[in-house]
Design a protein around this ligand. Structure first.
Ligand SMILES: *[C@@H]1O[C@H](CO)[C@@H](O)[C@H](O)[C@H]1NC(C)=O
Length: 253
């Protein structure tokens, strides 16, 4: 098969030929569409030909030709560059497939926004002179740009706030965490505010200082256990009573 056919039918092609047992060679062609503007004016189509991890030569649509990077790659590039039909085909492929793929991907991924899941939790409770620490986490949002802030009775808190960078989850989504160190006062309202493109309104989570969620969970589990225990004990008692009342007692004379 000619290189041209490879490139047209297999934009991303991975080919490995194994010779002998453990040793082998890995040869692959990678086609990339690189752009950062929404009108695709800076679109560059790159086709890289590699052998064992080394890029030997690359077609670059901005240059309109191949460039060799290794001794062998330079020779191959020279040969390919003599083939005007191949160069024109690559240019046309870049223009058509890069743009149409980019349009599809942009409409299904880049222009979409996914609302973060916001969780407010207690890291440390106030103890004596040590302040309390709260953490506000936003998970699984897209795109990356986000703003997390804290309010105390509606007023923005600036000091004692530490935030992590937005972290990529590796699946297009991001997460971020913000910690607030503060000295609790009774009757106050602490809120975490998350602003993101997925929601026209800020997402606000209020902190319930009387009982952190983990404590509530412990109490819920504990009381369910207690109720279950009472039911089992009552059932046992009823069973025991029935059994013992059914027994005929013969008095000792
Ligand atoms: C492609 O060519 C353009 C123009 O020379 C250059 O600016 C760009 O860096 C090249 N891209 C790569 C990945 O080599």
């Amino acid at each position: 098969m000619s290189l041209r056919k490879f490139l047209i039918f297999h934009p991303i092609l991975m080919l490995s030929a194994f010779i002998g047992t453990a040793d082998g060679y890995y040869e692959y062609t990678m086609a990339e569409c690189v752009y950062s503007t929404s009108d695709y004016s800076d679109m560059v189509y790159l086709v890289s030909l590699s052998f064992n991890k080394v890029v030997e030569l690359q077609y670059n649509s901005s240059l309109g030709k191949f460039v060799g990077f290794t001794e062998d790659g330079v020779k191959q590039a020279e040969n390919f560059n003599k083939n005007q039909a191949l160069l024109q085909q690559l240019k046309a492929d870049g223009d058509t497939s890069c743009r149409s793929n980019a349009q599809v991907l942009d409409s299904s991924v880049r222009d979409k926004a996914v609302k973060p899941k916001v969780k407010l939790s207690s890291v440390k409770q106030a103890e004596g002179r040590h302040p309390a620490v709260l953490m506000c986490s936003a998970y699984e949002f897209y795109p990356k740009k986000i703003k997390v802030s804290w309010l105390r009775d509606g007023k923005l808190m600036t000091s004692e706030v530490t935030s992590t960078m937005e972290m990529a989850d590796g699946d297009w989504y991001y997460q971020i965490h913000s910690e607030l160190e503060y000295t609790p006062k009774s009757g106050e309202k602490i809120s975490c505010v998350v602003e993101h493109a997925s929601s026209s309104q800020p997402i606000v989570k209020d902190w319930n200082p009387s009982m952190p969620e983990s404590e509530r969970n412990k109490i819920a589990i504990g009381s369910s256990g207690l109720v279950l225990g009472i039911i089992i004990a009552a059932a046992g008692l009823i069973y025991y009573k029935k059994k013992s009342s059914g027994r005929i007692l013969v008095p000792n004379e």
